[in-house]
Design a protein around this ligand. Structure first.
Ligand code: PMP
Length: 382
């Protein structure tokens, strides 16, 4: 293989040249009026893009810091939180809450399925919860939660802050912060925005900002305190901590690409069509998706190996064919691989990836399928 490897893990995703070029620009002082204007355009543009009438935060750090930031600004020690978990990343909130001294009740689905909205509502009626968390797409299972429907139900619980982890969804699965009654949404740049890792984006609605105010002048956390960042987010000329200048530019370029293709709805339509076509191809190749079709994500597929395929060999051969994918997590380690199909990829990427998977399966003894996945894919992409 003479070409570069395609990064098809579920984040980071391939970064197109226009965005990469922003990373290579000569850095500017963060107080330079040119950068201040660019940073402001990013913050304001993201607020509009996700329809958030509260505040948008763009901070150096990853999705996990955003998870911590969401909990830090909406709870105090001794509060009770409801965690709706559809897998590994839903469970990550449990540890974050425990460390803060927040009591966490967890409703877990069987991996591959979602917790019914009626069950969430029942649990919310039992106690007074300061916060409820839901992962829009759990990357460990490929399950997509009905966040709009949950948001409607949440109108019955106005004292509970509704937090949505959008790390593997935002910029692909359509989201609307105000319209879906979400109080805090967050993601990282490395997933469906198609930018290098390193920035978090967090949208806090008015109710979430009021909750932070009610927690008092100081909270135990410093770097992720909304109050520390608000002056910068209102006017990026104000310094709190050094912005990741080139990543901000790269994100700005990614937002331009999103606008160019018609905004978030158009992006959802494009990625949905591609995901359904990819998933038809996987089925053709005998790779079974873990998530049920009714709640399957469009951003990635979590595929269970057919009998006789060894995980380590499959992924190493596939890497030799020029495509990197990720392994399964927890109980699915060794039994499944995870492949991202989000961000700025096109039909040519799909063909290359499926061709590489077919060659790998053939090499590992699953004969007779060469071209079958590509054909299924292309017929759905026509
Ligand atoms: N939430 C979800 C749904 C994720 O997929 C991930 C990362 N895969 C995270 C949170 C954590 O994000 P990060 O690795 O950027 O800290």
């Amino acid at each position: 293989m003479f070409n570069e490897k395609l990064v098809m893990i579920p984040g980071p995703t391939p970064v197109v040249k226009e965005i990469r070029d922003e990373m290579a620009r000569e850095v500017q002082a963060f107080g330079d009026p040119r950068f201040v204007a660019d940073f402001k355009a990013v913050i304001d543009g993201l607020g509009k893009m996700l329809n958030c009438s509260g505040k948008t935060f763009v901070v150096a750090g990853t999705g996990t810091l955003a998870m911590e930031m969401a909990i830090a600004n909406s709870t105090k020690r001794g509060d009770r939180v409801l965690i709706v978990s559809h897998g590994f990343f839903g469970d990550r909130f449990v540890d974050i809450c425990k460390r803060k001294g927040v009591e966490a009740d967890v409703i877990r689905s069987e991996w591959g399925r979602i917790v019914p909205v009626s069950q969430i509502e029942e649990q919310l009626s039992r106690h007074r919860y300061a916060v409820m968390t839901v992962t829009h797409v759990d990357t460990s299972t490929g399950v997509c939660a009905p966040i709009a429907e949950i948001g409607e139900m949440m109108r019955k619980f106005p004292d509970t802050i509704y937090i949505v982890d959008g790390v593997c969804a935002t910029g692909a699965e359509f989201e609307d912060v105000d319209g879906m009654n979400v109080d805090i949404l967050f993601t990282g740049t490395q997933k469906a925005f198609g930018v290098c890792p390193g920035l978090l984006m967090l949208w806090a609605g008015k109710k979430a900002l009021a909750r932070r105010d009610a927690l008092g002048e100081t909270i135990p956390e410093y770097y992720c305190d909304f109050h520390k960042w608000l002056p910068t987010m209102d006017d990026p000329f104000n310094y709190f901590a050094t912005p990741a200048v080139n990543l901000v530019w790269a994100l700005k370029k990614s937002m331009e690409l999103i606008e160019r293709e018609g905004g978030l709805k158009a992006r959802d339509v494009r990625m949905r069509k591609n995901a359904l076509a990819m998933q038809a191809a996987f089925e053709e190749l005998g790779l079974k998706a873990l998530a049920e079709p009714c709640s399957r994500a469009i951003t990635l597929s979590n595929l269970i190996y057919p009998e006789g395929i060894d995980d380590a060999r499959f992924r190493s051969e596939l890497s030799g064919e020029g495509v990197m994918v990720a392994g399964g997590l927890a109980a699915y380690a060794g039994k499944m691989f995870r492949i991202g199909h989000m961000g700025n990829i096109d039909v040519n990427t799909g063909v290359v990836v499926l061709g590489a998977i077919e060659r790998t399966l053939e090499k590992l003894g699953q004969k007779g399928k060469l071209g079958a996945g590509v054909a299924a894919y292309l017929s759905k992409m026509a």
